[in-house]
Design a protein around this ligand. Structure first.
Ligand code: AMP
Length: 722
C-alpha cells in the first residue's frame, strides 16, 4: 500500500494500486480462508480493503473484474468477459472556444473540397456525462451489450443492460436491419442520483461523487440484481455495425432509432451555419443547470451520412464530429509549496502543492504550473491564494493569483533537482530539460515506468512503486533487465512485501510479454513526440521491427548530415521525406526519432531488448480485397474531387502507403492539375501514373489494377495511364 492519499492518486497510479491491492488481498484471503494461517492482523487487512474501496469510489471506471470488492461469499465471481467491437467505439475531439468550432467547420469544408456556396448542415446535441455502451441486435433481438473499454474491446455487460427500462430486449419494427448496433450513453438522472446517495448513506454503504461515477459503478456490477436496483437510463443516439444504412442523415437516423424504441438525448438543433451552431450552444449552456441529467458540452455532427463516411476518422476520433466543452470549473485555494518534477524526457515541470480544495466534485491538491515562464507570467509564489480550474480529465491549472501571500519568489532550479546535471532549454522552447539522460535517475525511472505502463508493455504487478524499488536495488536499470528478473527471484523474495505467489505472478506476467506487437514496442520506448497514435501509424506503415529499425537508422543518418534544413523534408533525404509523408507524422516526430536513433545508448537499449524479446508484426489496416492494399502511392498536383487530406486518408484506409516522394518503390503516382517535379520523376523512373479519375475508378473497383510498365529504359512513360 502506498502512502499517497487517495485523492492525490493519478489515474495511472490508481490503476496500478488496484492491481496490487487485488493481488495482496487475494493472497491474505487465501492465507486466512484456505490455509487458516493469516499473516496480518484483521485491522491491517481491513485497512487494505478500505483503501481498495476508497480508490474504487474515486475511480469507478477502474474497478477490476477481480476486485476484492466484487468478491461474493469468500469466492471470487468470474469477471466480465470481453467483447471485441465490430466497429471501434471512438472518442471525440474537443473544442473549447468559438474559434475551435469555426476551425472544425473549416476543416470539414476543406476536407470535402466544398465550394463556398455549399451548405454544411450540422446536428447539435447535448453531450451526456455518462459512460458509453454498444448494444448488438440481430433480427431485432438483443444479442449482447458491451462497454467502450479501450475502444476496440469492451466488457460484456449484457445481463446488466437488460435490466434497464430504456433498453428494448426486442425490436419489433418491420424495418429493423438484421444487424443493428445501437450506441449511446448510460447515465443517471440528477434526482435519481441524489435519492440513490441518500439511500446508500442511510444503509451505511458508499456514496458516489457524481452521477457519472454512480452510473459507472452501478453498471459494472458483477451481480445484475444490484444493477437492476439502480436507476440507470440509456440514450441511444448513435450506431456501430449495421447490415444496411439507417438513413441518409444523422437527424433521420436518430428518428429511426426512436421509432425502434430508443430514448434520444434532447434538446437538439439542425444548424445551417456557424452562427446557428454557436447560438444553440449558448442556449443549451443556459439550460444546463435545469436539465434533468449532467452534460459536459454539446456535440456537433455533420448531418449528411455520406459526408461522415468520406470524412472518416483520425486516430481515435471521427473527423465529422466534435465536442464543444463547457468552460472548466474553478475554485480558490492557497499554494503551500512549489516543487519541480523531472519527467521521462527530462522536462522540469513545476508543480503547485495546494491546500486541498473541491473543484467540480473532485478534491484537488496539486496543479501544474507548466514551466518557468508560466510562473513568471502568473507572478505566483508559495503562500499566495490562487484561482485554479479543472476541465474534464485535464490536470488542474493555476489561472491567477488572487491574494499575494507576501512570500519569497520561487527560484527555478538551474540544475536538475534529481541528478544535479545541467539544465538547458532549446531555442524557442519554454521547457527546461535535464541533460543527464539515462544517468538521471528520474528520467531513467520514468522511462521504465512508461515502458511497463498499460498502453505499452502492460506488465501486471510491476507498478510505479516496484519500478522505483527495483531501480534502487539495481535489479532493473534498463528495460531488458525486466526480462532477466527471473534470475533475481531470490533477491525479490528477500524484499518486503514479496511472497512466492506474488513473485510467481509477476514473473509470469513478464513472460506473457516476451512477444509484443510492434506498435506497443515503439510506444514503450518513450521517444519524445511518439505517442500511441504515431506509434500505431509507424507500426502499420513498416509492418515489422527489422524494417522499422533499419529505416529509422537511415532517417537518423540523413538528419545528422543535414541538421539545418527545417522546412523541406525532401532536402534532408528520401527516407526522411517518406517518414514525414506518413499520415500525421510531421517533422517534429521525425526529428525526435532521428535524435533517438542517433544516440548510442538508445541503440544499446534496443540491442539488449532484441536478444530477449520477439517483436511481432503489425498488419496494415484491414483492407482485404482492396486493389491498393500494400501499394505505395504518391499524390501530386491539385486534386479536384477531394482535398489532399481526404485522398490520403482514403488511400490509407484501403491499406495503401502514402509517400511524400517518388522512388522506384512507388507503385502509383496520382497526378492532379499543375503537377510538377514529382510527375517528372515518376516519368523518369517509369512509375505508373494515374489521373484522379483513374485512381477513383481503381479504388472504387470499376477498373482492374493497372499493369506496371514493362522494364523502362530511362525516360519512357510506357504503360502509364495518362
Ligand atoms: P470522450 O469522453 O472525450 O472520449 O468523448 C466521447 C464520448 O462522449 C463518447 O464515447 C460518448 O460516450 C460520449 N457522448 C456523450 N454524449 C454524446 C453525444 N451526444 N454524441 C456522441 N458522443 C457522446
Amino acid at each position: 500500500m502506498t502512502d499517497t492519499p487517495v485523492e492525490d492518486l493519478t489515474e495511472q497510479e490508481a490503476r496500478k494500486e488496484l492491481i496490487r491491492l487485488a493481488l495482496e488481498i487475494r493472497h491474505h484471503d487465501d492465507r486466512y480462508h484456505k490455509e487458516d494461517a493469516p499473516e496480518i492482523s484483521d485491522a491491517a487487512y481491513d485497512a487494505l480493503r478500505r483503501r481498495n474501496e476508497a480508490i474504487e469510489a474515486r475511480f469507478p471506471d477502474l474497478i477490476r473484474p477481480d476486485s476484492p470488492s466484487l468478491r461474493v461469499g469468500g469466492g471470487l465471481k468470474s469477471g466480465f468477459s470481453k467483447i471485441q467491437h465490430k466497429k471501434p467505439m471512438l472518442s471525440l475531439g474537443n473544442a473549447f472556444s468559438d474559434e475551435d468550432v469555426a476551425e472544425f467547420v473549416t476543416r470539414v469544408r476543406r476536407f470535402l473540397n466544398l465550394s463556398d456556396s455549399e451548405e454544411v448542415a450540422i446536428l447539435a446535441e447535448p453531450k451526456i456525462d455518462g459512460l458509453s455502451a454498444s448494444l448488438r441486435y440481430e433480427k431485432g433481438k438483443l444479442i449482447y451489450a458491451a462497454t467502450r473499454g479501450d475502444g476496440s474491446e469492451g466488457e460484456d455487460v449484457t445481463a446488466n443492460m437488460r435490466t434497464l427500462e430504456d433498453v428494448p430486449t426486442e425490436i419489433t419494427a418491420a424495418d429493423v436491419p438484421d444487424v443493428l448496433e445501437v450506441r449511446g450513453e448510460v447515465y443517471m438522472r440528477k434526482d435519481d442520483f441524489f435519492a440513490l446517495n441518500k439511500r446508500q448513506e442511510e444503509a451505511g454503504a458508499k456514496t458516489f461523487a457524481n452521477p457519472r461515477n454512480a452510473a459507472a459503478g452501478s453498471l459494472r456490477q458483477l451481480d445484475p440484481t444490484i444493477t437492476k436496483q439502480r436507476p440507470l437510463r440509456f440514450f441511444g443516439y448513435a450506431w456501430g455495425d449495421l447490415s444496411e444504412p439507417l438513413a441518409d442523415t444523422q437527424a433521420h437516423a436518430r428518428a429511426k432509432l426512436e421509432s425502434f424504441g430508443f430514448t434520444l438525448n434532447h434538446p437538439t438543433a439542425l444548424c445551417r451555419s456557424l452562427e446557428e451552431v454557436l447560438a444553440h450552444y449558448r442556449m443549451i449552456e443556459q439550460q444546463r443547470a435545469d436539465l434533468p441529467f449532467d452534460i459536459d458540452g454539446v456535440v456537433y455532427k455533420v448531418d449528411r451520412l455520406d459526408w461522415q463516411e468520406r470524412l472518416g476518422q483520425v486516430s481515435r476520433a471521427p473527423r465529422w464530429a466534435i465536442a464543444h466543452k463547457f468552460p472548466a470549473e474553478k475554485a480558490e485555494t492557497v499554494i503551500e509549496e512549489i516543487t519541480v518534477q523531472v519527467g521521462r524526457t527530462g522536462a522540469l515541470t513545476p508543480v503547485a502543492n495546494l491546500k486541498p480544495v473541491t473543484v467540480g466534485g473532485v478534491v484537488v491538491s496539486r496543479a501544474t504550473l507548466h514551466n518557468e515562464d508560466e510562473i513568471n507570467r502568473l507572478g505566483v509564489k508559495p503562500g499566495d491564494t490562487v484561482r485554479i480550474q479543472r476541465a474534464g480529465d485535464v490536470i488542474p491549472q493555476v489561472l491567477e493569483v488572487t491574494i499575494d501571500g507576501g512570500g519569497t519568489p520561487f527560484d527555478f532550479p538551474h540544475a536538475c533537482p534529481v541528478c544535479g546535471s545541467d539544465v538547458e532549454r532549446d531555442e524557442g522552447e519554454v521547457v527546461w530539460r535535464c541533460t543527464g539522460g539515462l544517468i538521471c535517475a528520474a528520467q531513467a525511472v520514468e522511462r521504465l515506468k512508461h515502458f511497463v505502463s498499460r498502453d505499452a508493455f502492460d506488465i501486471e504487478g510491476l507498478g510505479t512503486k516496484s519500478i522505483e524499488e527495483f531501480w534502487e536495488d539495481g535489479l532493473i536499470r534498463q528495460p531488458a533487465d525486466i526480462f532477466a528478473l527471473s534470475q533475481q527471484r531470490d533477491k525479490i523474495l528477500g524484499k518486503e512485501g514479496w511472497k512466492e505467489k506474488s513473485v510467481g505472478n509477476l514473473l509470469s506476467a513478464i513472460e506473457d510479454r516476451r512477444n509484443i506487437p510492434l506498435d506497443r514496442f515503439i510506444y514503450a520506448l518513450g521517444i519524445r513526440h511518439i505517442g500511441q497514435t504515431t506509434a500505431k501509424l509507424l507500426a502499420r506503415s513498416f509492418g515489422n521491427y527489422r524494417d522499422w529499425r533499419e529505416k529509422m537508422t537511415l532517417v537518423s543518418e540523413e538528419r545528422h548530415a543535414n541538421p539545418d534544413e527545417h522546412k523541406k523534408p525532401e532536402l534532408i533525404g528520401p527516407h526522411y521525406a517518406d517518414l514525414v509523408g506518413i499520415d500525421t507524422v510531421g517533422m517534429t516526430a521525425a526529428d525526435s526519432l532521428a535524435a533517438f536513433f542517433g544516440e548510442a545508448h538508445n541503440r544499446d537499449v534496443l540491442d539488449a531488448l532484441d536478444s530477449v524479446l520477439t517483436v511481432t508484426d503489425v498488419a496494415a489496416p484491414s483492407a482485404s480485397g482492396s486493389p491498393v492494399a500494400g501499394k505505395t502511392v504518391v499524390f501530386t498536383g491539385t486534386l479536384e474531387k477531394m482535398g489532399r487530406s481526404e485522398a490520403k486518408a482514403r488511400a490509407e484506409s484501403l491499406g495503401a502507403k502514402v509517400s511524400g516522394s517518388v522512388s522506384k518503390k512507388t507503385d502509383y503516382v496520382i497526378v492532379g492539375a499543375d503537377a510538377g517535379s514529382k510527375a517528372r520523376k515518376a516519368q523518369e523512373l517509369g512509375v505508373t501514373m494515374l489521373s484522379e479519375d483513374d485512381w477513383l475508378a481503381l479504388i472504387e473497383g470499376t477498373q482492374d489494377a493497372p499493369t506496371p510498365p514493362a522494364d523502362t529504359d530511362g525516360g519512357s512513360a510506357q504503360g502509364t495511364l495518362i
